[in-house]
Design a binder for this molecule. Structure first.
Ligand code: CU
Length: 498
């Protein structure tokens, strides 16, 4: 229905225009011999053009004024970063000059068409050259541009200055790819680990982190950017495929992400997300529902979030390159930061991609050792026979064999050490299996495994006559053999203090 109405109105307007032009032609034909009528006609046209000019300029200013509270730099949208006001003031200086020139030239354009309209007895004069004019309209823009450019360069050098290595700052690594941002934080060591594009493995190692660089081990990935208010943040900006652009509009941060050419931007946020929301709440524009379809949705100011966008049209899914940015008080940041989990320990540790899969890291050795000594002492001090058993939780064998896995050595070393510091005790090394397979061969296997452990302890200096190896096969389960978890518990090696 609406389409039909609009089509009807357009057709009607077209008919009116055609009719008017026909009438105009007829009137012209009549007045051809009446010079006064011609003068009147040109004056009328020139006057209406002047009216248009004034209405147009007023409309321009009115619209800018009306929308000011939505625009960055005005109303509630003063910059949320330390360097932001400098960019805004540069922008305003540029805007002042361009507005002035815009008004003057627009006005001159229409004024000339009015003043020099066709009139009887007036002839156009031919102005071929005027040196004075040439100098004025070359020198003036040159001067203005020089001021703008010099001010711009000085500001740009300030804004894009790198951090001083001696100062405190938080480093965050952002990598654009079609169509998302990878956000990486340094862990507790405060340093981001090395990357190499040749190590990139989709779904496993998206950034090509080199796990041999220990600084990588505590790095974590985040799905939003969280930064503490008042802290200097250095964003290291990368791209994996095409050009992207790292754009934080509320902080006046914008830097291209270029494949093969790392860039950076240093910014100090000055306003938390919550403070920015409070600021917005003072303006009627932000009291409307955030979802126009749902009148009960929270008002715009409450739903506000800073955001990271990609400012480079990088492909069909470009729009989805949005991430929420949260600026919080330093204490809240610490709480969030401490909750994050290292990517390496969550996803890489002990997998085939882990260069340290056959060894324990120093802190892991310390943790396991403390745990073992604790369990050993409990067993040692207990009078109850059933409690004088120490399970070797981290001693494992290759499937169906009595060959110890590489990581078993740590717990066996702890055991050997404990035996040596308690020379009076005797132990039994007991091997157990689950109930899969033949009971006889299970017994043989458990014996072989107990012997392997004993041999290892011997090699570490524990006297042979202090130990006895026994294989129990599947006879002494500690859990149900009906599920994988239970069977795993049943396949075990124990040290029993006699
Ligand atoms: Cu992009």
């Amino acid at each position: 229905m609406t389409t039909l109405l609009i089509t009807g109105i357009v057709l009607l307007l077209l008919a009116i225009v055609v009719l008017l032009s026909i009438l105009n032609d007829k009137a012209n034909a009549l007045s051809e011999n009446d010079p006064e009528a011609t003068d009147r006609k040109y004056k009328r046209v020139a006057t209406w053009l002047m009216v248009f000019n004034i209405v147009f300029l007023v409309a321009c200013f009115w619209s800018a004024y009306d929308f000011k509270n939505y625009m960055l730099g005005y109303g509630p949208h003063t910059a949320a970063s330390e360097h932001g006001p400098e960019i805004d003031s540069l922008f305003n200086i540029t805007l002042f000059f361009t507005t002035l020139i815009f008004v003057l030239t627009t006005f001159a354009l229409f004024w000339f068409s009015y003043k020099y309209r066709h009139r009887r007895g007036h002839r156009a004069s031919n102005l071929a050259h005027n040196t004075k004019l040439e100098i004025i309209w070359t020198a003036l823009p040159a001067l203005v541009l020089t001021v703008l450019v010099v001010k711009g360069i000085v500001a740009w050098n300030n804004i894009t200055a790198d951090v001083d290595p001696s100062e405190q700052y938080l480093e965050i690594d952002v990598t654009g790819q079609q169509f998302l941002w990878n956000i990486r934080y340094p862990g507790k060591d405060g340093h981001l680990g090395a990357k190499d594009f040749r190590l990139i493995k989709p779904g496993v190692n998206e950034l090509g982190q080199d796990w041999r660089d220990k600084r990588n081990l505590d790095d974590f990935m985040a799905d939003e950017i969280v930064i503490p208010k008042g802290r200097k943040v250095k964003f290291r900006i990368y791209a994996k495929d095409v050009l992207h652009s790292f754009f934080l509009p509320h902080f006046r941060v914008k830097m291209d992400a270029v494949p093969g050419l790392p860039t950076y931007f240093v910014v100090t946020p000055t306003t938390t997300t919550e403070e920015y929301r409070q600021r917005l709440s003072n303006y009627p524009e932000y009291q409307v529902p955030s979802d126009p379809e749902d009148p009960n949705s929270p008002p715009l100011w409450k739903a506000f979030n800073y955001e990271l966008a990609c400012a480079e049209l990088c492909g069909i899914g470009h729009y989805s390159m949005r991430r929420v940015v949260r600026v919080v008080e330093p204490e809240e940041f610490e709480a969030w930061y401490n909750k994050q989990k290292s990517y390496y320990f969550e996803n890489i540790r002990f997998t085939e991609d882990d260069p340290y899969r056959n060894e324990l890291l120093p802190f892991e050795v310390a943790e396991r050792k403390a745990d073992f000594i604790n369990r050993f002492n409990n067993a040692y001090n207990s009078k109850d026979e059933a409690e004088r058993i120490i399970q070797l939780r981290n001693v494992h064998f290759k499937t169906g064999s009595s060959e110890l896995t590489a990581l078993s050595r740590y717990e066996l070393d702890f055991a050997a050490e404990a035996m040596q510091s308690h020379p009076e005790i005797q132990i039994e090394v007991a091997g157990h299996t689950d109930n899969v397979g033949n009971p006889e061969s299970n017994k043989t296997l458990s014996e072989a495994r107990a012997n392997a452990v004993m041999k290892y302890l011997m090699k570490k200096g524990v006297a042979t006559d202090r130990m006895e190896a026994k294989g129990y096969g599947q006879d002494k389960p500690v859990a149900s053999n009906d599920n994988a978890e239970g069977r795993q518990k049943n396949r075990r090696t124990e040290l029993i203090i006699k």
